[in-house]
Design a protein around this ligand. Structure first.
Ligand code: NDP
Length: 277
C-alpha cells in the first residue's frame, strides 16, 4: 500500500499542496498518496484526534496550514529549533509512534529569495514587515543568511520587540513600528510578511524603504500585483516577487524530510505562477 501523507487546514479547498506533492512524487518516483483534510475547528481537542486517526490509518506525515499551526506544535512529542522559535509547526512526521514538529516556512522563503531569485542576503539591509507566525518562522533562517541589518517592523510594536528579545540581542537585529521607517532609508530587500494583502490592504510603509536596485517580496501568492507590490513598483523597484516560490520550496523541504530525496522545484513553481501584471 502507498505511504499516506496529507495537508490539514480549514478551509482547505484552495490548497495547492496535493498538486505540488503529487508532482514531486511523480518526478522522484515515490510510491505515496497525498490528500487534503479539512480539520475540525471545534471542539478544542478535535484537531489532535483527527491527526491521531490519520496516524492510526497509516499516515506518515502532514503539512499544516491555517488555523492549525499552533495546535500541531502543541500536540507534538518532539520539536525542531525552528518550530520552537516559531511556536508553530507547518509540517509533522510520524515516526515510531511519535509526532515530530517542524517549520519549513522560513527556510522555504530564504531558498526562494536566494536560490530562485538569485538575491543573497549576506551583507544586505533587509526589512521584514509583520511579526506573526510567518515572521517567527522566518527569523532564524534569515539570521543564518547573515544580512548586515535585519529590521522587523510591525503594527503592534511590542510583538516585534518581544520576538527580537526571544531570539537574543544582536547588533544587526532591531524591531520598530512603521513610523520609524521613514528615517531609515532604502533597504536591499523588503519582505511583506503581513496578512494585509489577503484583504487588499497595505501596511503603512513609506515608499522611501524601497531601493530601486533592491527587491520587494510578498508572501501572499496568486493575487497578482498586491497594493504592497504596486507601491514597490511605483517606487521604481524592478525585482518583485510573490510567495508562490516559498510555497513550493517549503513543500520540497518537507518532502525531502519525509522521503529522503530532494525534488526539483523550478517546473512546479512555473506551473503555479500567476503573472503579477
Ligand atoms: P499572522 O496572522 O500570524 O500575522 C499577521 C501579521 O500581519 C501580523 O504581524 C499583523 O500585525 C499584520 N497585519 C495584518 N493586517 C495588517 C494591516 N492591515 N496592516 C499592517 N499589518 C497588518 O499571519 P502569518 O504570519 O501566519 O501569515 C502572514 C501572511 O503570510 C499571510 O498572508 C499568509 O497567507 C502568508 N503566508 C504565505 C506562505 C507561503 O508559502 N507563501 C506561508 C505562510 C504564510 P499585528 O501584529 O499588528 O496584528
Amino acid at each position: 500500500m502507498s505511504d499516506r501523507y496529507a495537508v490539514i487546514g480549514n478551509p482547505i479547498g484552495h490548497t495547492k499542496s496535493p498538486l505540488i506533492h503529487g508532482l514531486f512524487a511523480e518526478e522522484t518516483r515515490q510510491d505515496m498518496r497525498y490528500t487534503a483534510i479539512e480539520g475540525p475547528l471545534e471542539p478544542h481537542d478535535a484537531f489532535a484526534d483527527t491527526v491521531r486517526a490519520f496516524i492510526a490509518d497509516g499516515g506518515k506525515g502532514m503539512n499544516v496550514t491555517a488555523p492549525f499551526k499552533l495546535k500541531a506544535f502543541a500536540m507534538a512529542d518532539e520539536r525542531s529549533e525552528r518550530a520552537t522559535l516559531a511556536g508553530a509547526a507547518n509540517a509533522m512526521s510520524f515516526e515510531d509512534g511519535k509526532v515530530v514538529a517542524e517549520n519549513f516556512d522560513g527556510v522555504g522563503l530564504v531558498r526562494d529569495i536566494e536560490m530562485n531569485l538569485g538575491l543573497p542576503m549576506a551583507g544586505k539591509r533587509v526589512l521584514l514587515l509583520g511579526a506573526g507566525g510567518a515572521v517567527r518562522g522566518a527569523l532564524l533562517p534569515f539570521l543564518d543568511a547573515r544580512p548586515a541589518e535585519l529590521v522587523i517592523a510591525n503594527r503592534t510594536v511590542p510583538k516585534a520587540e518581544a520576538l527580537v528579545r526571544e531570539v537574543g540581542a544582536q547588533a544587526s537585529l532591531t524591531a520598530c513600528g512603521y513610523d520609524a521607517l521613514e528615517a531609515m532609508g532604502g533597504f536591499d530587500l523588503v519582505v511583506n510578511a503581513t496578512s494585509a494583502s489577503l484583504t487588499g490592504d497595505l501596511p503603512p510603509v513609506p515608499p522611501s524603504v524601497f531601493d530601486p536596485d533592491g527587491a520587494a517580496y510578498e508572501l501572499v501568492y496568486g493575487k497578482r500585483l498586491t497594493p504592497f507590490l504596486r507601491l514597490a513598483r511605483n517606487a521604481g523597484v524592478r525585482e518583485i516577487a510573490d510567495g508562490v516560490g516559498m510555497l513550493v520550496e517549503q513543500a520540497a523541504e518537507a518532502f525531502e524530510w519525509w522521503r529522503g530525496v530532494r525534488p526539483r522545484t523550478r517546473a512546479v513553481i512555473d506551473r503555479l505562477t500567476v503573472p503579477l501584471d
